[in-house]
Design a protein. Sequence first.
Lengths: 258, 315
Amino acid sequence: MRIVVLVKYVPDALERGFALDLAVDREVEGVLCELDEYALEVARRAREQHGGEVVALTMGPPDADEAARRALQLGADRAVHVEDPALHGSDALATSRVLAAAVQAIGAVDLVVTGTSSTDAGTSLVPAMVAARLRLPVLLSAARVEVEERTVRIRRDTDDETLVLVGELPAVVSVSDRSDPALYPTARVAMAARRKSVETWSLTTLGIDPAVVGAAGSGTAVRSVTAVPARAAGRILHDDGHAGEHLAAFLAELELAP
Amino acid sequence: MSDVLVLVEHDGTSATRSGAELLTLARSWGDPVAVLVGPADGDLCDQVAGHGARVLVAEPQDPDALLAGPVAALLAALVAAGDVVAVLLPSSVDGTQVAAALGVALDSGVITRAVGVDAALVATISAFAGSYLTTCQVTRGIPVLTVALGASDADPTIRVSAVAPIHVDLPADPATRVRVLSRTPRAVTGRPDLAAASVIVAAGRGLAGDLGPVEDLADALGAAIGGSRAAVDAGWLPHDVQVGQTGKTVAPQLYIAAGISGAIQHVAGMRSARTIIAINSDPGAPIFDIADLGIVGDVFAVLPQAAAAVRARAL
Ligand SMILES: Cc1cc2nc3c(=O)[nH]c(=O)nc-3n(C[C@H](O)[C@H](O)[C@H](O)COP(=O)(O)OP(=O)(O)OC[C@H]3O[C@@H](n4cnc5c(N)ncnc54)[C@H](O)[C@@H]3O)c2cc1C
Ligand SMILES: Nc1ncnc2c1ncn2[C@@H]1O[C@H](COP(=O)(O)O)[C@@H](O)[C@H]1O
């Protein structure tokens, strides 16, 4: 079974900001999107059960290599990094075009596993867009995933109901953070991962016209960004044995309780 | 005037709150056309038409299948056939799936999770755990937008519509078919709904598995109970009450964070609460940076005393 995991290199949560062209600032320290680790774990287990290989696929700036390397430590057998200056400013529509082409180039893929949303752009569009471009069944927001020989079955919990969905392979599955977290890599796995190399592909490798990606190939544009003012800290009270009573008095003052 | 397609989620007899909000919003740009998927009774159709919308009921030919793919195909066909200025969808998982597939089918830009949309179809989006607001516009094709709950108010005025609902077939798509094996409704808790609650008491890892003190204070205040991902992952609380980046975004009058450190991903979901109270034994906990009242103390002492004091004041 060949499983592709889509992993994104995202800015570290404490360093996030926007560049002058209003794109997400990608010059800062970055990490493998934490939510994509759940996808890697699903893929690793499916390979353990069925054999085959797990290919991590990322599209991003040169530093996105780090996300690819991290994916190798978390169980991927191979890692592919699509990198091209023309990709800067790609939205979900453009990104999905590239990722779908890369999945096709990897070839003979049985399952594509993704996170539910990236922690920077966070559109949650890429998984279903990749599936739409490849004309594959898509099962989103899985809290549990069972991969069988020919099918994949997921459980999705929403506010109103629990759904069990099944689709035929090849399929695309997005995995939520209610699924099992990735195992911390053992020293042996980490060492082995270090010896592997990341394959770097360009738009030329994929035969994609630069005009259909990047800002020019996108369907959306950011017009403005505004920092939300931080909340000010209020009163701090050290419990002297009466803090619960003070809390109740504070609520009464604000007319939030009797 | 041009049409605005609106995907209205419903349970067969009434539209969701999102449906009413989207139908109201749609009128800013054109005539709303409501697409209802699956069996829709007369009351539901009247209710939707009462928002000034033409009603289109899509009858699934493959009712066991997940319908997002076929719905996207239907919406794409409607866009191709008519004069459509925008497509509005709910911010649900299904709504997002339809939006994604529709964007690809139309080669149109898609914006998700809009918390506001102005007259020029410029959407406001919250970014980076609520620390930024961005405005974003579709630059190619027919704008496809998913809109968050509460992004606009639903207009309660009833409009009379003389147009009868139109029924169309929603054809199956074998190549991308996903079958729904089961649907199990969630149990109702009897507590106020988190998303709509005006008071929330939220539990974190500091409760160490004993939710008693949080329930006690929530009962005294008539509050909903929320939780951090740590509390939810530990199994102390159901997943649907998680507050934060991968949980719910709430904006109650009062949010009491008990034994919650205040990680950026948690704060993302509750930073717009009117008043925040935090109880934490660690004076350095980041939650104190955003709390209107911060109590450095033990939740097991402070919460029961607060609950008793609230009850005593009510007498
Ligand atoms: C991509 C991503 C998405 C995430 N999404 C979410 C999300 O949606 N929601 C969310 O909540 N988290 C989310 N997280 C996790 C988040 O980063 C934190 O790990 C989580 O919020 C911590 O929960 P906590 O505050 O309950 O636990 P901790 O951080 O462990 O804090 C427990 C607090 O309790 C205090 N405490 C302990 N004992 C007592 C006592 N007896 N009395 C008083 N105080 C006590 C401690 O001082 C500590 O501050 C996400 C993380 C990532 C990477
Ligand atoms: N540039 C990218 N490279 C690889 N995977 C991506 C990329 N962007 C998005 N994804 C995948 O799509 C998921 C949803 O991302 P998004 O649509 O940006 O919210 C992520 O969790 C990843 O699995």
